[in-house]
Design a binder for this molecule. Structure first.
Ligand code: SF4
Length: 427
């Protein structure tokens, strides 16, 4: 077990933060069992700060842990199967749609491939040394909910009338597709080549770095002619920016997905327990979502009203009007020594101001406590970054004001929100 200040966290790699130790639990594909979520809820209540943080790669975090409790926490997590290979603690970053297998537009269900990729990653010692931020994505198409640029991403598409995956490295399409039956072998082979190329060039093992090595792509395609087929057509999938809260139909008769809004991606133990118990009671499942949320998947339609009506009593809602939709904030002053502003408090103030209003399409606001911009997501509508003299305000990627007071910055963002709503109403 390691403890450090500048590590990327894992279960066995606790990071010392301002409020105590922070651990991150990998959940490939966000596919978590009810018993696992219940255990995390109990650990959060008994040994952390009473919140479960949901990350943008559909993993979980616990923070404010005391050193003396760490061994017990690690043992408990391992017992419920959330640490299946200690050596591969931090390298199981695998993202998919939280609607996998339930989405009527999906070309194929990627879940069996996610589980197989995870199994094979854990089977090879060489992958234990991957960069802990190295991430994989397998999307069944056509919608993609993760905004992160994954190191190796497969996106399903029909190619010559058979399901294939387009392959992207570091966010850039390679110009190759792979057959569904070869998908996992291909990901593993490309990962091994990335490791080799990075080592030969002394660069970090990240696909976005490897693709910049001269002839790297040619090297990869020359090495894998049996797996890769050239394609001039780019992946057709598109990124969905908003969190689709509410009750949504599935491909299964009489079954729906129930998606509560989770303020700033943080569940409390009572909320997590309720979701876990409810999914068990009604024979549904749980999926952690890359918008830092959670989906009660495949729930009986007849139970939906009862569940949705109960949510407000535990501080959750399916209405999508609590003002928190699209807002993300980093750990801020309570959790991070570097923070120059109380970003969580400011995010809550902004949410209060927007509460009750409709949410403009794609509305995304990131609040970060310093220039490291940990809350950053691609394509944000607005971004607030705290500096020594106040916030910098970026709108659509362009800096429009610096050294702003929180009041000024939040009012400007609220005014932007109103303008966007008015624009939609005027159409
Ligand atoms: S953005 Fe800065 S203040 Fe916020 S968590 Fe990251 S390092 Fe800490």
């Amino acid at each position: 077990m390691k403890i450090g200040e500048h590590l990327c966290p894992g279960v066995l790699h606790a990071v010392q933060a301002k409020d105590g130790l922070l651990i991150r639990i990998r959940v490939p594909g966000g596919l978590i069992e009810a018993d696992q979520l219940r255990l995390i809820a109990d650990l959060s209540r008994d040994f952390a700060d009473g919140t479960i943080e949901l990350t943008s790669r559909a993993n979980l975090q616990l923070r404010a842990i005391q050193r003396r409790d760490l061994s017990l926490i690690v043992d408990s997590i391992a017992k419920v199967g959330l640490l299946p290979s200690p050596q591969h603690d931090r390298v199981r970053n695998i993202v998919t749609s939280p609607f996998a297998g339930l989405d009527g537009e999906e070309l194929l269900d990627p879940r069996p491939l996610i589980l197989e990729l995870d199994r094979q990653l854990r089977a090879e010692p060489i992958f234990a040394n991957l960069h802990p931020k190295f991430s994989f994505a397998i999307h069944g198409g056509p919608r993609r909910f993760s905004r992160d640029l994954d190191d190796i991403a497969l996106e399903a598409a029909d190619f010559n009338s058979a399901p294939h995956f387009h392959i992207s490295l570091g966010g850039a399409f390679t110009g190759f597709v792979v057959k569904r039956s070869d998908a996992v072998d291909c990901i593993l082979a490309v990962t091994r080549l990335c490791i080799r190329l990075a080592h030969e060039c002394g660069s970090p093992v990240r696909a976005k770095t490897v693709v910049k090595i001269p002839d790297a792509l040619k090297h990869i395609s020359d090495a894998l002619p049996h797996l890769l087929t050239p394609s001039s057509v780019a992946p057709p999938s598109h990124t969905v920016n908003e969190a689709p809260v509410g009750v949504h139909p599935t491909t299964q008769d009489g079954r729906v997905n129930i998606i509560p809004s989770v303020a700033l991606g943080r569940l409390n133990p009572e909320q997590a327990r309720y979701l876990a118990d409810t999914s068990n009671e009604w024979g549904g499942d749980l999926r952690l979502a890359p918008w830092r949320g959670i989906v009660l998947g495949s729930m009986p339609k007849r139970a939906a009203d009862k569940i949705v009506n109960h949510l407000p009593s535990i501080g959750l809602s399916c209405e999508g009007r609590d003002g928190f939709q699209g807002i993300a904030a980093c750990a801020g002053m309570t959790g991070c020594d570097a923070s120059l502003a109380d970003v969580r408090r400011d995010a809550a103030s902004l949410a209060q101001c927007l509460s009750g209003r409709a949410v403009p399409s794609g509305w995304t606001v990131n609040l970060s406590g310093c220039d490291k911009r940990c809350a950053r997501r691609q394509g944000a509508t607005a971004e607030l970054v705290a500096g020594l003299s106040g916030y910098s305000l970026n709108i659509a990627g362009r800096c429009v004001a610096t050294n702003c007071s929180p009041e000024f910055a939040l009012n400007a963002v609220a005014a932007l929100h109103e303008d966007l709503i008015s624009e939609v109403a005027a159409r």
